[in-house]
Design a protein. Sequence first.
Length: 568
Amino acid sequence: MALTLIIGGTRSGKSARAECLALASGLPVRYVATADGGDPAMAARIESHVARRPDSWTTVDAGTALSAALEDAAGTCVLLDALGPWIATALHRAGAFEDAMRLPGVRDAVLLEVELAVDAATRAGAAIVVAEQAGAGLLPPDAASRAWLDLLGEATQRFAAAAARVELVVAGRALALGAAGAAAVMPRPAAARSPAAIGPVVGPAVVGPAAVGPAAIRPPAASDLAGLRRHGDRDVRPGDADHAVNVVAGGPPAWLREALRQALAGDITSYPDDRDATTALAALHGRDQDEIVATNGAAEALWLLPAALRPRLAACVHPAFTESEAALRAHGVPVVRVLHDPERGFALNPTAVPDAADLVIVGNPASPSGTLDPAHAIRALRRPGRVVVVDEAFMDLVPGEAGSLVRERLDDVIVVRSITKALAIPGLRAGYAVAPAALAERLRAVRPPWSANTLALAALAATARHPDALAEIAERVTAERDDLAARLAPLSGLRSWSSATNFVLVEVADGPALVAALRACDIAVRPAASFPGLGANHIRLTARDPERNARLVAAIEHVLAAAANAYG
């Protein structure tokens, strides 16, 4: 995460933004407090800030030695809130407000301390510095106040020069500021360090409990999006037996092919019109037409979320489809990862989601574990001011769709669906969101025009009118998955989890070796290390017909037996 600088005016929401970023880091948080609570109004503001911070955060009083409060912070996230009060206190302690003659000395001492603090912040596991965006108003009449303004500006620029990211918060909205063409070289203070100018140097005083973050929250493995955008189709070569892609085998059924043929023959010369598809889907799910938003696959529906909802802090329940988090991070939204526990069968724990999260995204059933959570567990994620998004892309593979919220009209829940898995049309990109009218309209407002093409809309409409055909596919998929699970169960050296959909998650002692050995046999499987919370030894296996399942399991058994003999 490196160093992030958050600037903003009074009551702009800059502190709340910084707290969201600190929580999203997943690291133990050291909160460095700089404000003096001697004034009753300031004391009330401090109290409100303390009330919204997690109890697990450690609070440190910055004192006179700002850098000391930031030292020895490797493996933690340091949140310094904020520069302005610390500089004002330094001026006050030095008597600069009473005697302007003291200003040159205290200025040099403050800037030297700021330099040391910048250096310490860049060596922390992560650091977030909050600064007031002062100077946009009138120039203060007295020398000390002008000195405070000048010092704050210089100190902010020093932190900005070292920061990996700078954000300006206005009315609660964070705006990322681009890097300067060339960083200004700030002069070092001419005077030697003068502790007397800003008072005695004291170490940080820890007044809170030791910072231990919730066990369910972990930091991202990398800041870029590359790992989040890895998908199983890249693991399949021409001619491979495909147990990597979680699309049902066999291609689209005859009735769907006919619907696509008719659409291609008649409607392709006009711009897409989604009214027929939304009408059919609304009837299928018992919802109103204005609650259906057709999209270019379920992935697009998930990518609309950050622009449509503008969350302050999002929680992604993992392991799950990673495009949700990729979309949030691409839009600059802080993300907390809440991990399913494999020892609990990857079951959802709603209490592990931070209360501060105003958007929660959860897969049900989840990929790659195949876990199906009951509806009451999903509903338990709801909070005032929060939107819950349920990715039900695999729900149509569950007989009876137990656990689905798609028919429940909840004003804070969005359900995302896909037909590409069950009907084997991933190249067509056909998905949709089901949401209360107000949220659906926000999704439509940021959706590109003609997002769902004519063929995809024809597929959606036809699918909505063939629920019995979908039910038959779900029954067949269940039988294939049960067959695969039964064949895997006796294998020594392999652990598997119960799944509600068309794949099974397994864990072996040496996942990369197994993947490579299967690849040599022209069998493709999905390594699961790119899913947050899983490692290189986790592999997702897509179920096929019994004959192909048997070949897969025989190959796995052979590889595991050879490995056991080699190390036996």
